[in-house]
Design a protein around this ligand. Structure first.
Ligand code: PLP
Length: 393
């Protein structure tokens, strides 16, 4: 008889977003005249940029003609896109060979799939609170997870404990949900720790385009020797509005060698076996994102969301509410006022201001008493929400 992977049964039911939806639905039913504003959104809301749409249209035409039609492409992505990404990294001093860049259908898949390369016995280190995919993937694989506290005491930027042993380390900067960002010195410490432990850092930089302050690293490879101990995951979802189009990329340096095994070759083998590549049309759209024009358009999009984030943080500041994020990240992580618990504050905001956010407790035990808001709604709605927050906080 078939045996199933019972690790799936160990996963916590993900009640967070369904519970939020249920509560909002009930409230709307009882109060049909109220306008609810969603500030919990973790998805982009602006349409794709002009040049992305033009590139998509052009690529569709390519597919309509025998001479330019494309069937299966290279599993690891077309060179035109990998070269554009390599040049983009050059701008912040990171040199990448084209073969170190693997195009995928989004960061979420690659962050999960990468664990195919690692033995079950490895010990995994995960910050708490965290983007839930890191935890769930390792539970499914049956790995042991150790948590490191990410709290206001360390500005939500946990640092390595030299006495603690581990093999796989997850870092996310700018962070979802806390909006905090590691500086170069802090990343140097993590790289040093990983090298000493012969561990790997899985570095999620999905929000690196939101970094506005000078001197903060946009890639872990800005740190010396990171290419010997880190894999970086990135995505066009939040930087170019590709959440619905789907494209991400993973950087696996050639220098990543553990026990004489080259991880770049292993990941290439894994992708060639289990993945047939991202569509030509989407890769053509992604290519223009890395042009000067494309970058300017994306910058304007990001500025729009960051302006919304600022509208929210201005209110929090005026009310002396503790928060992180909102400067180099679209996420704002605030301490619930009057020692309220995360869900208590959720209900308070929903009922008193008709605003929906995300309870911090849904991201880990250290998220209790915290709340996540985002800049992803429209400017008009964000301004109205800020007014309402100002009235009730
Ligand atoms: N990493 C983080 C920290 C995220 O917040 C998200 C999406 O919200 C992802 C990765 C996944 O991005 P993608 O849409 O590329 O799968």
């Amino acid at each position: 008889m078939l045996n199933i992977n019972k690790n799936f049964l160990k996963l916590k039911e993900n009640y967070l977003f369904s519970d939020i939806a249920k509560k909002v639905k009930e409230y709307s039913k009882e109060n049909p005249d109220k306008k609810i504003i969603k500030l919990g959104i973790g998805d982009v809301t602006l349409p794709l940029t002009k040049s992305t749409i033009e590139a998509l249209n052009k690529a569709v035409i390519d597919m309509s003609k025998t001479e330019t039609f494309k069937g299966y492409g290279p599993e690891q992505g077309y060179d035109f896109l990998r070269d554009s990404i390599s040049k983009y990294y050059n701008k912040f001093g990171v040199k990448l060979d084209t073969n170190e860049i693997f195009i995928g259908d989004g960061a979420k898949s690659d962050i999960s799939n990468i664990t195919d390369l690692f033995d079950k016995r490895n010990i995994v280190l995960v910050p708490d609170p965290v983007y839930p995919v890191y935890v769930d993937t390792n539970i499914i694989n049956g790995r042991k997870i150790k948590y490191i506290d990410s709290t206001s005491k360390n500005d939500f930027l946990p640092m390595p404990n030299k006495k603690q042993k581990c093999d796989i380390i997850y870092l996310c900067s700018p962070n979802n949900p806390t909006g905090s960002v590691y500086n170069k010195k802090q990343l140097e410490e993590w790289v040093e720790y990983a090298l000493i432990n012969k561990a790997i850092i899985l570095y999620d930089s999905a929000y690196h385009s939101y970094i506005s302050q000078k001197g903060l690293p946009r890639s872990i490879y800005e740190v010396k020797n990171a290419e010997k101990c880190a894999i970086e995951f990135c995505s066009l979802s939040k930087s170019a509005g590709f959440t619905g189009l789907r494209l991400g990329y993973t950087i696996v340096p050639n220098k990543l060698i553990f026990k004489d095994i080259n991880l770049n070759k292993l990941w290439f083998r894994r992708q060639s076996t289990k993945f047939n590549g991202v569509s030509y049309v989407v890769q053509k759209a992604a290519e223009v994102v890395f042009t000067k024009k494309g970058q300017n358009e994306c910058k304007a999009m990001i500025e729009y969301y960051m302006n919304n984030a600022e509208i929210i943080t201005e209110v929090l500041k005026s009310k002396n509410i503790e928060y992180t994020g909102g400067i180099n990240s679209p996420y704002i992580w605030l301490k619930c006022p009057n020692s309220m618990k995360s869900w208590e504050f959720f209900d308070y905001l929903l009922h008193e201001a008709n605003i929906v956010g995300t309870p911090g407790s849904g991201f880990g035990k250290n998220g209790e008493g915290y709340f996540r808001l985002t800049g992803f709604n429209s400017e008009e709605n964000t301004k109205e929400a800020a007014q309402r927050l100002n009235n009730i906080l």
